[in-house]
Every structure is written in C-alpha cells, then in structure tokens.
Unconditional design. Structure first.
Length: 607
C-alpha cells in the first residue's frame, strides 16, 4: 500500500496480469544493499520466486518508450506501449525496488511485492526534467518553480562531481510535487517507507516534496559543496493547512535503497515549509508514524478473484490515502498507519467504485476477511493464445486491449495463454494486438465487438507482423496460419456479365493440407465491405474431413452469412489486406454442424 496522498481518483493505464513464471528460467536476484555507513535497511520479510510487469508513462499518461527499467542487476527497455516485465525473479513479498531511467526525466522508482509464483503490476509516471532557472555559482541566487516552491543558493557553494568548486553558470532542474495530486503515488519516488534519525523504520505522510538536479554549462552534474547548504521553501496546499504542524522532519530519498532518510527539519513560515539541505536529489516534508501491514482479498459475487482492481485505503482524520493493485488471486497488501480509523474502497479499471467498507483501527499486522465486491455489467472475461510465426507459444509477450480512452495489457504465460477480467468502460468495440518482446514483433490489430458480451475468446493471435504475406483463419476450434497464401485478381464472366473478382485460397502451413479455404468476391476493386460470391472450407473433424460452405445461390453474393472487410487495396505489387467473419453450413445434410469462420489476410496483389 503506498500510503500518502489525499483522496482522489487514481487514473491508471490498467494492466491485468497472469502468471508468466517459468521454472526453467534463470532466477534473478536483487543485489544486497551495503548500508554499513548509513541507516539500517530492514531485511526482506520473505523472498519468493515470482513475476511482475508494468507500464512507464509520462505526465500526459502516454507511454514512455525505451526507458531503462532496473531490478537488481537485471534491466529491461520499455516497448512502444511503455510496457516491461520481469519473470521468475526473487522478490520480497513486502516490496523490492524497481528503478526507471530515461534521458530528459528524473529517475523514477517503486517498490513491487508479490507472492510465490504469482504476478504483480506497477505503474510508474516519470517526471519530465525541465529547466526552471539558472544562476552564477560565484554569486548564488534564487530559483522558483511554476508552483511556488523556491531554492536559495549561497555564493561559491556548488561543486563538480569530483569535489572541486564550480564557478560557471548553474542550470537548475526542479519539480515540486503537490501532496494532494491524484497521481502523486505514480510520480513520486519510492512509496514513503522511511528510516528516521533513531534508525527506526517508519511510514510517512507527506506535506510536499521537491526534486532538484543541477548541471553545468556542458551538462556536467553538480551538487552542493561540502559544508554548504541551500534553503528550500515548499508551499503547503490550503487543504492541508489545518493539519500542518509548525515544524516537520525533512527526509531525502536514497535512490539505492528506495527509502526516505530523515535529515533535518523544516518550519512553517507564511504557508510554506522552509528548511536547509546539504545535497540534492528529492527532499520531502513528512510526518512519520508507526505502521502495521495489512493484507486482504477481493472477489466477485460468485467468489472469483478480482485481479488488477485498485484498493484504496483512506484515513478518516485527514483524508490521506494510499493504494495497492490486486494480483491474479485478488490479493492486496501494504503498510498503513497504526491505530487509525480507515475507509477501504475498491475501484475497477474504469475508475468506478465497486465496494466501500469501514476498517480499523489496527494495532498489529492483520489479514482481513475476504471482501465481495459488486460488479458492473461491463465486466468481461477475456482469453486467448499468442503464437509466433512458427506456431510456437509467445512466452515473453502480452496482448494489448485498447478500450478507446485507456488500455489493458494481458501478459502471456509459459503456454502463450492470456486471460483476465476487463471492464470495457462503455466501449462497443475494442482493438486487440499481440506483442512478442523477444523478437520483437506484433500482430495485426483485431477489432472485436464486445456489446452484450460477458466472455470473449480471442482464439489464436499470431504475433507475426514481420511476415510479408499471411492468411489466418479459424473454423470452429480449428485454426490455421498460411504464410504463403495465393490470391488472383482480374476480370471474369458470371452469367455472361464481366465482373471483377478476387479469389483467396490457403492451407494450414503446419499440416500442408488442412484446413483449406477458398473465398471469391465479385466487384472487389477498392476498400469496403463485401459479401462473398463463393466460399468453402475443408477441415479435419474427428479424424475425417468435413466440407462446409455458403448456403446461398451460386449466382449471387451470399448476403448475411459472411462479411468481408477490405481495408487496403493497392495497385499491382502492393497489398490487399482485410478480414472476414460469418457462418458456413455443412455441404452434406445431416453430417456435421454449422461452424463460425473468422480470418484475416495480407496478400500481395500480383495482377
């Protein structure tokens, strides 16, 4: 539980997670932190083998691509969706540190915990590093942020990284973090776990923080010289003025451990906390408190675990709150202030509150009873399988489900399976795309109608965008991928009348024979919606071959039974791209049943 911010809706790019742990993979272990000369960092409560994934986004909630995500000694680069994942790692059940670096941003970090063989999720919002001012090192100066925070520098008080004094222009990059902001938990470093001056572990309630980085004229890193200080002034939001103490401890963020370390204090002067600091990273004005660790589980009315819902816990006394996100078992947990009356609220991925309950006060660690949350009518169970171009499971990948205003990601497990419960947020159609992080490649975008759906099986998603041509089709439960389909296009005669026609035929590349599909469209010479003139499929069923085809007159397009959407129709040498869906009937009455048929194609136009 990241316990810090004022009550408000937490806007998240929502990520659903499933187990993607492989016992055969090398176990990654976070390094031991050497704190011999510093505060004592608590030993891990319990270390387990688990997995986690997440998103890195900017202040506009847009994906940050190619950000470097570090966990222990292992690193990942985020993809085009800002997505990253770590499988089969040793992780503290109460949180291990994950750090993110990207040029032009302050470093971001979060603690992520998990349970044995489970998968968790985190979302990290990077803060853009924007220059807020400059001064001459030999003269000193005052720099202000747009939000009213200030930093006052003394003359001749800036050093180079090697320790020598710096005498040129100092460029200042500063950002004040509003303690009442809805997205503070995503933007701030760490999660306000702290070590006080008595070397005791504490949990903090923030009244504001500031991040500062100094650079020289050539971009070289600078800091405050030994024996010197700078004065910071952080405004206190009006909503917190009544509870703001006259003096408050100052804490700096330790990027190596993820803990806030007590160092000095600030005074409340004219609606702002003013204090002196001896170096820069992030500084924080916080009230420390004792804490207990809370655990619980959220299920639906039928007892099914609700994964990836936000559990928000709020103090009644001051409106401060924190949150956690449930794992695949619906479990959540985290530190909360001891001896406080609290409100527990559950929010789904659309930000809709689906459960509220009064809890506490607690004087010791507690495992809560299982809570049964009400669900909206828009909750849909989704599933599918990711395969690569060779029909192998995509084990290091995910499916992105675009809901229009936000998106959900479903990591693949060791068999390439994806599954999860998604609130479709008023959407009638969604876009589904598969991603393979090892290659990397992505699938074609599939538009899926979700109106009145309670369960959706996406079937096989071939993550095969690098293929020059393909025909992917599914007949009932039988699926096929043809990486070398055939298409012909030209002018033919139907009942003595010349017509343009497009004929597509393909087989299953894996078997070389079945299933076999034949599709012919008349007057197909541009993007648009068409009905087929002729279509049939031969496919294996219980060790026999079944023929299914259109049940309509041969001399007319078969309206209603099958719909073809052509999205791209290029000149010769370019591509014909589209999809089809509908139902085919048995060719022999009484043998077999009608079957749904869906497919997509990307084929070079040769004539």
């Amino acid at each position: 539980m990241r316990f810090l911010t004022s009550l408000g809706l937490l806007f998240l790019f929502t990520v659903l997670v499933v187990s993607s742990c492989s016992k055969d993979e090398e176990i990654l272990i976070a390094p031991t932190i050497d704190t011999t000369n510093g505060p004592t960092i608590p030993e891990p409560e319990e270390v387990v083998n688990a997995s986690f994934s997440g998103l890195v986004i900017d202040k506009f909630d847009q994906a940050v691509e190619n950000a470097l995500v570090s966990f222990g000694t292992d690193t990942r680069l985020t993809d085009e969706n800002g997505y990253f994942s770590f499988a089969n790692v040793n992780i503290d059940t109460r949180g291990s540190l994950v750090s993110v670096e990207k040029e032009g941003y302050f470093q971001g970090s979060k603690f992520v915990g998990s349970k044995l063989d489970k998968q968790n999720f985190t979302s990290i919002k990077l803060i853009e590093k924007v220059q807020t001012g400059a001064f001459q090192a030999n003269a000193g100066g005052v720099v202000a942020t747009n939000d009213g925070a200030t930093i006052e520098f003394a003359a001749n008080a800036i050093k180079l990284e090697n320790g020598g004094l710096y005498s040129g222009t100092v460029n200042v990059y500063a950002t004040w973090l509003d303690p009442t902001a809805d997205d503070l938990t995503q933007r701030m470093p760490g999660d306000l776990r702290a070590i006080n001056a008595a070397d005791e572990q504490q949990q903090l309630t923030t009244y504001g923080m500031i991040g500062v980085e100094l650079e020289g004229m050539g971009g070289e890193p600078l800091n405050i010289a030994e024996g010197q200080t700078a004065t910071i002034s952080l405004p206190v939001p009006s909503g917190l003025a009544a509870s703001a103490p006259a003096t408050i401890p100052l804490w700096h963020f330790d990027e190596l451990t993820g803990y806030w370390i007590e160092e000095g204090e600030a005074r409340l002067e004219g609606g702002a906390y003013v204090g002196t600091v001896s170096h820069f990273s992030f500084w924080n004005c916080d009230v420390p408190s004792d804490f207990v660790f809370i655990e619980g589980t959220i299920v639906d009315r039928d007892g099914n675990p609700l994964q990836n819902v936000v559990v928000q816990i709020t103090q009644l006394t001051n409106g401060m709150s924190g949150y956690d996100i449930t794992d695949e078992d619906g479990a959540f947990g985290g530190p909360i202030p001891a001896n406080q009356e609290l409100i527990l609220t559950v929010l789904d991925n659309c930000g809709v509150a689906i459960f509220t309950e009064s809890i506490g006060p607690f004087s010791e660690d507690v495992i809560l009873l299982t809570f049964s949350a009400s669900l909206t009518d828009e909750l849909v169970m989704v599933s599918g399988t990711l395969l690569d171009c060779e029909n192998n499971p995509v084990t290091n990948g995910y499916a992105k489900i675009d809901l229009g205003g936000s998106y959900v990601t479903l990591p693949a497990d060791a068999e390439g399976m994806i599954s999860g419960i998604v609130n479709i947020c008023d959407a009638n159609t969604i876009e589904v795309t598969g991603f393979d992080l090892d290659n990397p490649t992505q699938s074609q975008v599939e538009n899926v109608n979700v109106a009145d759906s309670t369960a959706l099986d996406f079937g096989t998603i071939f993550v095969c965008e690098d293929l020059n041509e393909f025909l992917i089709f599914k007949i009932g439960d039988v699926e096929a991928l043809d990486t070398d389909p055939r298409a012909s296009y030209g002018i033919g005669t139907v009942n003595g009348v010349p017509n343009f026609y497009l004929t597509i035929r393909g087989t299953n590349t894996e078997t070389g024979v079945l299933p076999f599909l034949f599709l012919q469209i008349l007057d197909a010479n541009a993007p648009g919606t068409y009905a087929p003139y002729d279509m049939f499929v031969i496919y294996p069923d219980d060790e026999t071959s079944m023929n299914i085809s259109l049940a309509c007159d041969d001399d007319l397009p078969c309206e209603g039974a099958m719909t073809i959407e052509i999205t791209t129709f290029s000149d010769v040498g370019g591509f014909i791209i589209g999809s089809f869906s509908g139902t085919l009937e048995p060719e022999v009455e009484g043998i077999g049943t009608a079957q749904p048929v869906v497919g997509t194609f990307k084929i070079i136009r040769e004539q």
